[in-house]
Design a protein around this ligand. Structure first.
Ligand code: DX5
Ligand code: ZN
Length: 217
């Protein structure tokens, strides 16, 4: 079975005054998910938005919501994000003592559970939950901000993970642009979070189409 290649634009650096336009642009641009970077200013040194804004975004697009929880105590919020309409909920292995229980809880809420790892966190910390998740999110930058440079050693993590699970969705998040996406795909990622390289351009729709072309075929 060949895995779908999906572009998941992150709205983190989108123009929130024109977010409806931005969502239409990525829909028309062939995106497969909309990536919502949820930040609490505690697990990461930045604050973004929560379940309320996520719900509004969900009303403004037909794209499934891919909620990336970069927050402490995610157990307290997964139900809110499920109610907000999340299709995927990614939680960081670094943010919970009870990862197995939390991932089962996400599935019981009717969402697709995913586990995320910061660059320096070894794959070994998630080997036991690979069968519980629908996706693994490999951070290719230190979380908190868009517009950073991809950290090269994270590609090796993706390569190793792909060898362990040939059929699993592997998402790369951070520093993906029209140059680095080739390396990310060659390493084995099949879902590509792209933030500033789409939303900080003059034509996000056309740029998104270029990313889709890069990973198709
Ligand atoms: C970091 C965020 C970013 C964002 C993508 O915490 O998770 O990785 O999604 O940002 P770009 O594509 O601008 O690096
Ligand atoms: Zn993210």
């Amino acid at each position: 079975m060949s895995l779908q290649q999906i572009i998941a634009p992150s709205v983190l650096n989108a123009d929130f005054l024109e977010l409806g336009k931005g969502l239409k642009a990525i829909e028309n641009g062939g995106a497969g998910l909309v990536h919502l970077d949820i930040m609490d200013g505690h697990f990461v040194p930045n604050v973004s938005f929560g379940p309320g804004v996520s719900k509004c975004i969900g009303k403004g697009t037909s794209l499934p919501l891919d909620c990336h929880l970069m927050i402490s105590n995610p157990e307290q919020y997964v139900e809110e994000f499920a109610k907000a309409g999340a299709a995927y909920i990614s939680v960081h292995a670094e943010t919970t003592n009870h990862l197995d229980r939390l991932l089962h809880q996400i599935r019981e809420l009717g969402c697709k559970p995913a586990v995320a790892l910061n660059p320096a966190t070894p794959l070994e910390s998630i080997l036991h939950v690979l069968d519980i998740v629908d996706m693994v999110l490999i951070m290719s930058v230190n979380p908190g901000f868009g517009g950073q440079k991809l950290i090269p050693y994270t590609l090796e993590k993706i390569r190793r993970l792909r060898a362990l699970c040939p059929e699993k969705d592997i998402q790369i998040d951070g520093g993906v642009n029209l140059e680095t996406i080739r390396m990310a795909k060659d390493a084995g990622a099949n879902i590509f979070v792209v933030g500033s390289a789409i939303f900080c351009t003059s034509n996000p729709e056309e740029t998104c189409k270029q990313f889709v072309m890069k990973v198709s075929g």
